[in-house]
Design a protein around this ligand. Structure first.
Ligand SMILES: Cc1ncc(C[n+]2csc(CCOP(=O)(O)OP(=O)(O)O)c2C)c(N)n1
Length: 359
């Protein structure tokens, strides 16, 4: 399907429409049981996301970048990956971290300001959060190239936003991936804004997916609020990657319902009417509608799923909050395996300051 939808014409892949109708001749490549499990995870992610926001407002968590509205893009793509694949996230991928198996407690711990929260278990192939916008697609390409040279049948995937496509590093990564045919997926969550900059001001290109064409590989635009379309596109991109067909760029067209981060006030740069228009395309409600249509959803089940999620999330928050705060010395030691000279000097200064304070 990837070659079938021309990004230059703005053709967008959709399987499950906002009104719950399936595109004619198409159906999800997922069993009912899988869809139910995925929906359950989406409910948990939305709740965990909302709680992170609440905790920040209560002063119990630092700055946070909400996921709400982008659950299908994150969950659908992560679901299409295999365990050995490597994920290179930006800063908004709480849903992807959870899907990969990162403990929820550690996700909260990180946003509470403790870097230990980024130490994922050994078998969870996800890199640390990249706050610098657009730098990590290069890492994904490098890792993909290494995997290719080693003959490993895995793919690497970089998650980034529409704003990142204006960064030089993004273009270097795309170029390198095209030249060396690395098994890399460039997964762009086009949530329509880079903080206050709307997508229209980001690029004069009709779509972001078409940028792949300039680098000699496939790009496809999918409805990012359609779990099935995101899953199918990522699955296909992965197949292409591991069978030596090189990189793919996926532009998942979605919307950020909430603020850019907890430090942002979106009412300063966008109209409520626009938000409500997108709210009608809520990825969760769409999936819920699908399940209901198949007799796989009820109010009772929903209440049960929510209660289970609530217990899991509350437990994770409690565990994260019971971890003692890190020693300030750790910030000098965290970045490199061996501290650089300048960091050592800064640590010495800090220790001298502590000694002075004690006397
Ligand atoms: C290299 C760099 N420049 C600027 C920033 C400040 N900044 C943080 S997030 C952001 C916007 C990112 O927008 P986008 O890539 O669309 O991702 P989104 O936040 O919408 O998920 C900017 C400019 C940064 N973190 N890194």
């Amino acid at each position: 399907m990837i070659g079938k939808y021309d990004p230059l014409k703005g053709e967008m892949r959709c399987i499950l429409h906002p009104d719950g109708r399936l595109e004619e001749g198409l159906k999800p490549d997922l069993s009912d049981q899988s869809v139910r499990n995925i929906y359950r995870k989406m409910v948990l992610i939305r709740l965990a996301d909302q709680k992170a926001l609440n905790l920040q407002r209560q002063g119990r968590l630092g700055t946070y970048a909400p996921v709400i509205g982008q659950e299908a893009a994150q969950v659908g793509s992560a679901q299409a990956l295999e365990k050995g694949d490597w994920v290179f996230p930006s800063f908004r991928e709480m849903g992807v971290f959870y899907m990969r198996g990162a403990p929820l407690k550690d996700i909260y711990l990180y946003w509470m300001g403790n870097e230990a929260g980024q130490k994922v278990p050994e078998d969870v192939n996800i890199f640390p959060i990249s706050v610098p916008v657009g730098t990590h697609p290069l890492h994904a390409v490098g890792a993909g190239w290494a995997a290719k040279l080693k003959g490993e049948k895995i793919c690497t995937i970089a998650y980034f936003g529409d704003g990142a496509t204006s960064e030089g590093d993004f273009h270097e990564a795309m170029n390198f991936a095209g030249v060396f045919q690395t098994p890399t997926i460039f997964f762009c969550q086009n949530n329509q804004y880079a903080i206050s900059v709307p997508r229209k001001k980001q690029t004069a290109a009709k779509t972001l997916a078409q940028k792949a064409m300039a680098y000699g590989f496939a790009g496809v635009q999918v409805d990012g609020n359609d779990l099935f379309a995101v899953y199918a596109a990522t699955r296909e991109a992965r197949e292409r990657a591991i069978s030596g067909l090189g990189p793919t760029m996926i532009e998942a067209v979605t919307y950020r319902f909430g603020p850019h981060t907890t430090a942002d006030d979106p009412s300063k740069y966008r109209e409520d009417a626009e938000v409500w228009e997108w709210r009608a395309r809520d990825p969760m409600l769409r999936l819920q509608g699908y399940l209901r249509g198949r007799g796989l959803w009820s109010e009772d089940q929903e209440a049960k799923i929510k209660a289970e999620a609530e217990a899991i999330v509350n437990q994770a928050i409690q565990e994260a909050e019971s971890v003692p705060p890190p020693e300030p010395e750790e910030m000098f030691k965290y970045t490199f395996a061996e501290m650089t000279r300048i960091l050592k000097e800064q640590l010495d200064d800090y220790l001298a300051f502590l000694r002075e304070k004690e006397t």
